[in-house]
Design a binder for this molecule. Sequence first.
Ligand SMILES: [Ca+2]
Ligand SMILES: [Ca+2]
Length: 505
Amino acid sequence: MNTLGKFIKNCLFLSTLLLQSKIGLSLPVATAATPPTPNIVFILTDDQDRDSLNYMPRLNELLINKGMVFNQHILNVSLCCPSRTTLLTGMYASNHHVYANDGETGGILGFNNAGLNDKTIGIWLQTAGYRTALMGKLVNGYYEALPAARRNEFLPGYDVWLGAAGNIHNEYNISVNENGVRRTYSSEDRHYGGDLLTGRAETFIKESAQMQKPFFLYLANSAPHNPAIPARRHLGPVVNSVQKYRFRNVRSLRTPAFFEADRRDKPTFFGSVKPETIPQIDELARKRIATLQATDEGIGRLYKAVKDSGQLANTYFFFMSDNGYHLGQHNKSNTKNTAYDESIRVPFIIMGPGVEAGKTLDYLTTNADFTATVVALSGATLPLHIQLDGRSLVPLFSAATRPGGANWRKLVPTAHYVGGGEGGGFPEFFGVRTQRWSFVEYTNLKNEKELYNLAVDPYELQNYIGPQQKQEPPPGLLAKLIDRNLRMKSCQGDTCRAIEDEPIE
Ligand SMILES: [Ca+2]
Ligand SMILES: [Ca+2]
């Protein structure tokens, strides 16, 4: 091919990538100018709050400083199972129908009932030539909620399966389904859950590189989920028979929302954690950060494994938490599920070729975008019946292709479901989160609503439409938010993206 031909093919490739990212789909593009198929390393944490990122030095050095932070990453549903199902399928919960962590529409049974076993990203990437692996927590109840005869099953589409078969949150004595065989590990140091997963992930990376196959690694750590058990090397001293934790200066973040003083604007079910528990909340914060140290070391080890395999220039790293966490903010602790930013806004980082280093973006992104982005990068072809609700973030990677904010989504739909299983003790809601506004309608109470202007009230202290309303929202705003909230409940794929793109203010 001559130079002009290569140039045209290059342009075609780029425009195809951009077009695909717009529509959230991807078609295979094989030309001489196509870059090599990139590897994907996805590291997922469980219940991690944004503040705790500050205590992960390797994450900061290797991924944040060398990559891009998505600072307005808003989850569709802030709860393990619905959030993870969105990552695996690329659909909002209103379309994947896994609403809770257990019950008929939650956990692994909900996942099975929704017919999702053969509709996850692993299959699409495997079909595109990837070597694929899923390690750690799939969804809640995988193993114990399954009938005995089906407990060794695992999802199609993964060459290496290391799914937590039972509760892995204790970190020691964990059980894992290893490609169909359940194995239980010991309480020895070398079998600490976080380290075990890291070791297997290192091996997977090295083997895949030796096989000269592009690889997709989905690594779902337990940290810092309760009971937040650190590796022994990260423990502090025992004082008066009580285990203490390192990071003695750490406290739960004292934002103005921490034990919010004036609660008259809040819905009737507002948080009721007592200030007397603050010492325990702070100790939990320390314990969680100690637990995250193994994850942070793991990031260093995986980065090194990729580098030593000669794959650094061709590998994208993704880092995310499946939901946020309250540690006293808005008078709630040890929980997520809410519509406040502590729950729905989580860390999201991408590092890799072409991603502007050290950049923080305020574009609205969501967990469904992870899937669309990986699909776009991989060049995988989706089956015709699959519709992704998210959008590829590839155009955001560099200033040259980044659209103006006016040409990006204006909202992310948020929800919390009850009735299908564990509701986390929080009432059902549907909402929309824009860059400026957080709006929520509760369905099972007295039609209570919340509306916050994040531009002037980032800690969500003054609800515009609470019982003691102090401010009028801008004219027409509320009607638009109610309209978008209603329509987002029944959208799919392109129609979701079209509604999200409509101007709100
Ligand atoms: Ca979680
Ligand atoms: Ca208040």
